[in-house]
Design a protein. Structure first.
Length: 270
């Protein structure tokens, strides 16, 4: 039995299937960890959702910002963005079943010496703290009135965590950390406009995993979300967003021995 973590798929279904063939994935034996952003920008988001859902407990996925965007669009709170490729899901006969399944996915997963989130973890948060806060958002998404939460999900403020935050502000900060974080200050103030490589960040900001005195450092955190960073392997951080949707590669990381497997993006066939 092997467990493979796979980077941002974003609707690249054909490439995903080729990568699974390359690693000889057997759902009766192996398990998948998916770092989120199953959907959007790529051509076959509906096929990806249906396939991952069909794997049941053999695949664990955490929610990414594009997955949450799908939920917000489906709820009617915002119009699709230019470049979104969500139409097939929104018109699918099993739309509601798929959306209900998606909103019940995790924001964070921890097992053994590994943790998985879509984007990052603030330096002030231990893994236990981050898990506890992730559960707060998961509970909000699973409530019958989750649509009200989705109405208030978007926004860059507050831009830092405070223990006394309540209501939608509290949930929004947690969401932004786990699904959008790239750069922050040593005291945890977040910056959301910089999406390029981390070589020239705004003054005072660093990649979240390079901040000093990071409390979650003892655990290896697997994440995606940062295509401009690309494949990044250190002893305690693993970034797997290798830009498949932008024509680069889709990457799998085998947890037991840190072996890497990659498959070139299938040109616009997904």
């Amino acid at each position: 039995m092997a467990t493979y973590a796979i980077g941002d798929i974003q609707g690249c279904y054909s490439t995903l299937r080729r990568l699974l063939d390359k690693i000889d994935f057997d759902p009766a034996r192996d398990r998948l960890w998916l770092v989120g952003d199953l959907v959007n920008r790529g051509p076959k988001s509906l096929a990806v959702l249906r396939f991952v859902k069909s794997l049941g407990t053999r695949a664990i996925t955490v929610l990414g910002n594009h997955d949450l965007h799908l939920l917000v669009v489906a709820a009617g709170h915002v119009e699709p963005h230019r470049g979104d490729t969500l139409h097939a899901i929104l018109k699918a006969p099993d739309r509601e079943e798929l959306l209900d399944w998606l909103r019940r996915r995790k924001l964070m997963h921890v097992a053994g010496r590994y943790a998985m989130v879509h984007a990052g973890v603030l330096p002030q948060w231990s893994i236990a703290k981050a898990m506890s806060l992730a559960r707060e958002v998961e509970a909000a998404l699973r409530r019958a009135d989750y649509g009200d939460f989705l109405r208030h999900l978007y926004g860059n403020k507050p831009d830092r965590w405070r223990e006394n935050l309540t209501g939608f502000d509290r949930l929004r900060v947690i969401i932004n950390v786990l699904t959008r974080l790239r750069l922050c200050t040593a005291d945890g103030r977040m910056e959301f406009t910089h999406k390029g490589a981390p070589t020239h960040p705004p003054r005072g900001f660093k990649p979240w995993f390079e901040t000093p005195r990071r409390r979650n450092r003892p655990t290896t955190i697997i994440f995606g979300h940062w295509a401009a960073l690309g494949l990044y392997l250190e002893s305690n951080v693993v970034c797997l967003d290798t830009g498949c949707v932008w024509g680069r590669t889709l990457t799998a990381f085998r947890l037991k021995d840190r072996a890497l497997f990659q498959c070139a993006a299938v040109a616009r066939a997904g």
